[in-house]
Design a protein around this ligand. Sequence first.
Ligand code: TNX
Length: 522
Amino acid sequence: MQRRISLIPQPQQLTAADGDLDLSTLGAIAAAPDLHPLAWLLSDLLNRGTGLRLPVVQSTAKDPAGGRVLRLALEGHRPEDFTTAAEAYRLDVTPEGVDLVAAHPAGIARGIATLRQLLPADALREAPAAEPVVPLVQIRDEPRLRWRGVMLDVARHFQPKDFVLKMIDRAWLHRLNVIQLHLTDDQGWRYEIPSRPKLTEIGSWRAETVIGHAREDRGFDGTPHGGHYSVSDLREIASYARERHIMIVPEVNLPGHARAVLAAYPELGAGQNKPVSPTFGVFEEVLEPTQAALDFALEAYTAIGEVFDGPFVHIGGDEVPMTQWESSPIAKALMEKEGLEDVRGVQAWFTEAFCAHLHAMGKRVIGWDEILDGGAPAEAAVAVWRTQAYVEKALEAGHEVLVSPQSHVYFDHYEGEDEGEPLRIHGLTSVEKVAGWDPAPDGVDESKILGAQCQLWSEYLPHPRDVEYAAFPRMAVFAEVAWTSREVRAAEPVLDRLPEHLERLHAMGIGYRPLEGPKPWQ
Ligand code: TNX
């Protein structure tokens, strides 16, 4: 019997045949040695959700079930990393077995995600709760955009390592391929640099926290807040993501949003001793443009760039007030020395130094669109969060663009207008709005669009459960928008498939927001 096949993201081509394949009739997962790490991951996931135990064997070995296997294979000329071709795959489920083929292991990782969605939703549980049965299908698939990301803000509220690992798994299931970790901000510095111990001793803690626009909303919660990732935590996150072919992009946000750094090392700023900020917003305190501050920043980028071996490091650069530099003799002297006419050139001075340093480490740089204001090297990619005008400005200046507009993909915004919605920073970003978004509309040169990313700023999301509620199901819809071509999306509206997808989210234990509204208990 032919079942309705409902996947998110929708693959580029999907043809279903009548009937199912019971994976327990297969003898093994057969894979080339390069693919054994993924094969074992798949074997383990199948075991957890269905109880099935499929051994991993060399693809050449004589198979115990007479050749009926789940085959993972690499074929063709290997594409470069981090290209859409690297993530393409074909997946054939026939009465004889499963054939998952790609030109790059990243494509196999994406195909595994699709295969998991073909299983009953209960197979995504952490207990053997489902039969290992999949429908007969032929899938040909490749993403539209290279970078399909989610930003986790672990600075405003620290999120434990285990939650980050879970979010990597959830991104994987949705064929997303980037997690940006916003590791530093005014409210906390979240990673260990052994040579700078005060960053974590002082900079990762604050005495209390305001959740809400003002004290009156909920007030100070009266409890200290803090946390950071040790070097070994970071290494664990890095290797967990690497195994799933997900790129971690660490963000170290400088020279603004620097209250936590300056609480730890006030000498790097204009000298006031202010604590790590318990409130949210944009603060005046920035790094002074001194050699010492620059040395600090470069040390911070070196440390994080070494742990995360992916190609990108994010330098932040958003919302840098110029007020301190306008009255700083040090900034004035720098401007004279460098012949800078505009104080925004001071930020550009930092940006250029960060870029040069990271390029020398073999990294590519990305920064928020404010780096355009004072100018940035054309090799730096720009994450545009403000308006479409900045997409155009960045493209004109020769930058690649990551589209991440607050108008459509800020998942810290309200999801509906019901009074019972949890308190949010502002905005209105419904699932329908995300579903209707085109990351590269007509008139934009899609080849210069690096990709798209949704943001989970956490000023109003204190706990992992709050992040989940804000993230899902919008993040699933976002994944479709970033993966699936315009034509296929138009033919197969994602919102039609969402109710079935919620069963998967439920099986995974994700506290998602129900579609009907914010009050499931009513
Ligand atoms: C703007 S987007 C910010 C963040 C806030 C966010 C809240 C960006 C680069 N800066 O610092 O968390 O708005 O939506």
